[in-house]
Design a protein around this ligand. Structure first.
Ligand SMILES: [Zn+2]
Length: 505
């Protein structure tokens, strides 16, 4: 099985927000899980550098646009590793490989007769990189998001004949009811198409920063005609000397926020068809993680620096909180205090204490030796594993983690119910005690393998403390995986107590 997954490429002109961290971390969870299931995977993320704003700010600062872009790309490149995310490639739209591919791609659309020249006149917000209808602006002609004056632009542009693709897109949607998830986003995209499609401009005139159109070098590819193509272009040069298109296209799953649904679910499949490519296999549109009621998005600029939260709680805790705080796919409110609460009561107490108790009891009652015993019925997490895998196939990241956490809590209840400290008092219960301790280590091993996609840094620590193999293959999410071992010692706390952050004052 092939599984290629992407985040959107992010605008470089600000620093990474919690919203960007959210998309990146959850995409990483999804790809790690598929890798555990044995899929041949590829994870792409990166940055969109050809924004008008980049060029304008560079000019203000007296820099070459490329020099400025190189500088501001740095925190973006660092974002994924800081989140314990492992993309296979980080694309920048100023890469030579991307630029030459975009020209080739647009030329194919042009040769197909889908590109024509027309005059574009309209209000344009530089912040949004988007033309706005009169009705989308405030009474004073301001962009409602940026509260800056929209600019009147009138110029000759090249247009893509999107209107010619309405029927083909509708049949694509009808043939593939899971093309867009969740369902309500599928419906939103489909009704947008059914409502009639307008051709859109794919170029801008008079800008030195961008990718010149091959048939008209006086114009550069306009934002989406450049940015969306990254999902294919990266495959042509991410591995020098190798063309990954055959391996990974169209086995692609695009993860994106609802604000860019139209571009991804409507424009992009049409552009692909025009250029002679298969449309993407699937698009997952997620909602906004609202922080204490305020939207976390790329353009408004929020004050929460995700990297600060990583410094306080660690990347795994942030990933865990983001996956669990709101239902992935929907909008939801979360609070910063929620991270601390989940860190303390769930990661430290539910999971951390489970490991501490389990290892301490094996060390104390069995001198660190784990034996299967014979009398205790096994705890079977195989059904849970199947449920979690099915959920993650539908991108139900939150449901999968909720189910796994039920498993963690079930193991804690098992400890309470079996009370190994009571069994340890009487030598007659020795076989039972062995069985109960084995079930605990075994269950925790299976759950840890299943949790590894969410907690990639923590999982190996748990397996090491249990003296179990670090093999994360998904077929280990079942009973009977734990090996009889010696030398289990009381584990150090997985999620140590943390001091309240000074920044909170
Ligand atoms: Zn705007």
């Amino acid at each position: 099985m092939r599984f290629y997954i992407t985040t959107p490429i992010y605008y470089v002109n600000a620093t990474p927000t919690l919203g960007n961290a959210y998309t990146t971390a959850i995409t990483d969870i999804l790809v790690r899980h598929q890798r555990q299931r044995g899929a041949d995977t590829f994870f792409l993320t990166g940055v969109d550098e050809h924004a008008t704003k980049v060029w304008r700010v560079a000019e203000e600062q007296g820099l070459e646009a490329q020099e400025y872009a190189d500088r501001i790309a740095v925190p973006w490149r660092e974002l994924a590793p800081r989140l314990n995310a492992e993309p296979d490639f980080f694309i920048r739209t100023s890469d030579d490989g991307h630029k030459s591919f975009v020209r080739e791609f647009l030329q194919r659309m042009y040769d197909n007769g889908d590109i024509y020249q027309d005059v574009y006149a309209g209000w344009y917000c530089v912040g949004c990189e988007e033309f706005k209808g009169e009705e989308e602006l405030t009474e004073d002609g301001l962009c409602p998001i940026h509260l800056t004056k929209a600019e009147w632009i009138e110029e000759k542009n090249w247009f893509f004949r999107l209107s010619a693709y309405q029927e083909r897109l509708l049949s694509l949607y009808d043939e593939r009811p899971e093309l867009v998830l969740p369902d309500f986003r599928y419906n939103e995209a489909r009704s947008f198409i059914a409502g009639g499609l307008r051709d859109f401009s794919i170029s801008r005139a008079g800008q030195p920063w961008g990718i010149p159109l091959p048939w008209d070098e006086s114009q550069v590819a306009y934002v989406w005609a450049d940015a969306l193509v990254n999902y294919v272009s990266a495959l042509t040069y991410a591995r020098p000397g190798e063309d990954l298109r055959e391996r990974f296209w169209p086995a692609v799953h695009h993860v994106l926020g609802k604000d860019i649904l139209r571009f991804h679910c409507v424009y992009w499949p049409a552009m692909l068809l025009s250029a002679g490519y298969e449309p993407p296999q699937q698009l997952f549109v997620h909602g906004f993680l609202l922080l204490d009621g305020s939207k976390i998005s790329k353009s408004v600029g929020d004050r929460v620096d995700p990297l600060d939260l990583i410094d306080i709680y660690g990347a795994d805790a942030l990933r865990y909180w983001m996956a669990r705080a709101i239902s992935f796919g929907h909008d939801g409110n979360a609070s910063i205090d929620g991270i601390r609460e989940r860190y303390e009561s769930e990661l430290a107490d539910d999971l951390g204490n489970l490991l501490s108790r389990t290892t301490a009891m094996v060390a104390q009652y069995r001198a660190g030796s784990l034996r299967r015993g014979t009398t205790e019925p096994p705890l079977d997490f195989g059904a849970l594993g199947a449920d979690v895998a099915a959920r993650l196939d539908r991108f139900d990241v939150t449901g999968a983690l909720d189910a796994l956490w039920e498993g963690v809590r079930a193991l804690n209840q098992y400890v309470t119910a079996e009370a190994p400290w009571q069994l340890a008092k009487d030598e007659a219960n020795a076989a039972r005690l062995d069985g109960v301790l084995y079930n605990l280590v075994d269950g925790l091993t299976a759950l840890t393998v299943a949790l590894a996609a969410f907690l990639p840094e923590t999982a190996p620590h748990i397996l090491a403390a249990l003296q179990q193999s670090d093999d994360l293959s998904w077929d280990r999410v079942r009973n009977g995986v734990a090996q009889e071992v010696d030398g289990i010692a009381a584990a150090k706390p997985l999620f140590p107590k943390i001091e309240p952050p000074a920044a909170a004052a």
